[in-house]
Design a binder for this molecule. Structure first.
Ligand SMILES: [Zn+2]
Length: 244
């Protein structure tokens, strides 16, 4: 599997940054995980929107979905000028209902609601969804290719659910919204870098990749905090491709 980080900010992008978006490539399949603000522009460095097989939204907060709307406009515009594309498969939670409806109306995507435990196959990939606690319906995404297991936390509280989802991951991409020392320890719907390190240790993952950063914090501080609990940690760097 090939993972390219398109955006690594949570809530608000830092200067020249983008919010959550990860391109997964395996064999000839291309899957976009989350579609935060700034990601669709960056995606085009790696593939055309026509080449996307699937988009998965972990949950419907705007820093994870904003660019799905311009993507929809692009597909609608192409259809209006006679460029009818294969419909992109879109998996997303059904709630909040009004946001789900806004994304799915017009039948631009081949949309399917996500449920806890849902398993789908795309090429050689097996993708499983695990519900995790957050302010709204939210899912961790588990992607297996042969013996490799990539787990993306989505947005989640520190919980048994995320430990279970991450279990034995080759690569665990985990949200670390804040640092414990600057408010992260009090988070109830998100995780700190320290919490991400603790989950990685409990779940016995091979490698932890931190992401979903607050733009005013230094990335090195996230690493330092997570390493108190787990050694093999790296930062999800924008525009960088990783092999799993
Ligand atoms: Zn969220």
């Amino acid at each position: 599997m090939k993972l390219t980080v398109l955006g690594n900010y949570g809530s608000f992008p830092g200067m020249d940054g983008a919010c959550s978006g990860y391109l997964i490539q395996d064999s000839n399949k291309k899957i976009l995980i989350d579609c935060g603000n700034g990601t669709i522009s960056r995606l085009q460095r790696y593939c055309r929107i026509e080449d996307l097989d699937m988009v998965i939204l972990s949950h419907l907060h705007f820093d994870h979905i904003s660019d799905i709307f311009p993507l929809k406009y692009a597909i609608e515009t192409k259809a209006s000028i006679g460029q009818n594309l294969n419909k992109i498969k879109l998996y997303l939670p059904e709630n909040p209902k009004e946001i789900y409806n806004e994304i799915c109306n017009g039948n631009v995507f081949h949309s399917k609601p996500v449920t806890d435990g849902l398993e789908i196959d795309e090429g050689s990939l097996r993708i499983t969804f695990a519900r995790v606690p957050h302010l709204i319906e939210s899912y961790a995404i588990i992607i297996k290719s042969g013996k490799k297991k990539l787990v993306y936390s989505g947005d989640t509280a520190y919980s048994d659910e995320i430990v279970k989802a991450a279990e034995g991951a080759s690569l665990f991409i985990c949200e670390s919204t804040l640092l414990d020392k600057t408010g992260g320890a009090r988070l109830t719907h998100h995780m700190s870098a320290g919490a991400a390190g603790r989950v990685a240790s409990l779940a016995d993952v091979e490698k932890l990749m931190l992401t979903h950063f607050w733009y005013e914090e230094k990335k090195e501080d996230y690493l330092i905090e997570a390493r108190k609990y787990f050694n093999n940690v790296l930062i999800a760097e924008q525009y960088k491709t990783y092999y799993v």
